[in-house]
Design a protein around this ligand. Structure first.
Ligand SMILES: [Zn+2]
Length: 279
């Protein structure tokens, strides 16, 4: 079995920590570099349900997309929910490693996995990383939808291909509009509206769209919006990442067992369709 330090070195080659945004907190949260690793669990959120799943699986390492501590802390006491996560991990000899914005901008990255889940053909990054000579890294992806289809059908595809959540898929725009080009951004994407408009994409698939940015985008242009649950737009990355580590494990003869958490950790747990009168 490889040591944790060897597995982490392989993960950091996929998602170099120095490519994370300045404000981000990526890397290894806990774990003994010399501990052997046999089983790895991939998940979006390092929350208690996921850590409990890791314990049940006998996992030695959890690889999560979201940071546990984004802004630092002065306590990991178990009366705090994050401290409880740290205690559960350490008591069960489980390491935690985070790849967040460094996984967003990677090639392949979080938005490549989202595009793949929707059967879109990626043509390039939405916001290219100027340090990438190959022009493939960066935030978001521009894609082609082949064959083109109506916004209504494309939204149905998103609802069927992304993992089920209470939110489902919210759509803005003419349902009959033909969609040929699609911009995608896994996670919260409303900061990229300017780049989406400049790209001329017919539709934008992302999460967490707020009233004002979405309303203004609709007033600017006929851009169609497809808004999924944040967790659902990033979950395809966990399958992509597990496949990447499987390939590395095969190459090194490590014999790692990788698992992808199917626990829905989106915080929204119910959806009631509106039925009230509009006064
Ligand atoms: Zn996210």
């Amino acid at each position: 079995m490889p040591a944790l330090s060897e597995v982490i070195a392989a993960l950091e080659a996929l998602w170099p920590p120095e490519r994370a945004e300045q404000w981000d907190a990526v890397g290894t949260v806990c774990g003994d570099p010399d501990a052997p690793v046999g089983t790895v669990l991939f998940a979006v959120d390092p929350v208690q349900e996921v850590v409990d799943e890791a314990v049940r699986l006998g996992a030695d390492l959890v690889v999560a997309h979201h940071p546990l501590y984004l802004r630092g802390t002065t306590t990991v006491a178990a009366h705090t929910f994050k401290g409880r996560v740290v205690h559960t991990l350490i008591k069960n000899d489980i390491a935690l490693h985070v790849a967040h914005t460094n996984a967003d901008s990677a090639d392949p990255g979080v938005s490549d996995a989202l595009a793949g889940a929707l059967d879109l053909r990626v043509t390039g990054p939405l916001v290219p990383d100027p340090t990438d000579p190959h022009g493939r890294r960066g935030l978001g992806r521009l894609c082609e939808l082949d064959p083109p289809m109506s916004l209504a059908d494309f939204a149905e595809r998103a609802a069927g291909r992304l993992p089920a959540t209470a939110q489902g898929i919210r759509v803005a725009g003419d349902p009959a509009r033909t969609i040929r080009t699609v911009a995608v951004c896994g996670g919260s994407g409303d900061s990229l509206f300017d780049q989406v408009r400049e790209s001329g994409a017919d539709a934008y698939v992302t999460a967490d769209l707020r009233h004002h940015p979405a309303s203004e985008a609709q007033q600017h242009s006929p851009l169609a919006l497809v808004d999924a649950a944040h967790w659902a737009t990033e979950w395809p990355w966990t399958e992509q990442a597990a496949a990447q580590l499987d390939e590395i494990s095969d190459r090194h003869g490590w014999g790692l067992r990788t698992h992808v958490s199917r626990t829905v950790t989106d915080p929204w747990t119910a959806h009631a369709a509106s039925s009230g009168h509009n006064h």
